[in-house]
Design a protein. Sequence first.
Length: 144
Amino acid sequence: MEIKEFSLSDSLGDIVSLGGKFIDHSYSKEKVQQRLQGKNFHIYFAVENENKVGLCIWFPEGKEAYWWLLCVDASFRRKGIGKVLSQFLEKQIKHAGFSVITAKTHTKRSAMIELFKKLGYTEVGREKGHWGDEREAIFYEKKI
Ligand SMILES: CC(C)(COP(=O)(O)OP(=O)(O)OC[C@H]1O[C@@H](n2cnc3c(N)ncnc32)[C@H](O)[C@@H]1OP(=O)(O)O)[C@@H](O)C(=O)NCCC(=O)NCCS
């Protein structure tokens, strides 16, 4: 498995198919483009035998680095890919000169919550209805 950085134009279809399938069915090309518009984003894929099996994306938000997305293809989970991608992302963020990473998930994403714990992220807040629905957001931070 290797990790490669991709441009948005080269990976938009894969972001939508991985993100849409494994995170949120409402992901569309337009939504992803809108979310990343004007941002100095970085898109990394875990690639195994030329297949994109994992994805993460971050971008600067003020003085901090915001980790927007992480997902691993369901048939490749619990093999350490999420952890390796996350550690790669942290290294890149540090290299880019940031010392704080922020991220969020919601209370039903137990695998992601466990991964945040494992990686040493601190929970810094919660908010019900953060996305305008029944989900409760959990906010995380890590100093690197
Ligand atoms: C969260 C996710 C990226 C983890 O990817 P992964 O490649 O399976 O994770 P790893 O194999 O690297 O696991 C690393 C650690 O995370 C935790 N973890 C991962 N999956 C877990 C699960 N299903 N239950 C409990 N802990 C889990 C464990 O601490 C694990 O370490 P261990 O295997 O030594 O116990 C993956 O489950 C996923 O894509 N989920 C759907 C998308 C999603 O929810 N993304 C987050 C959006 S905010």
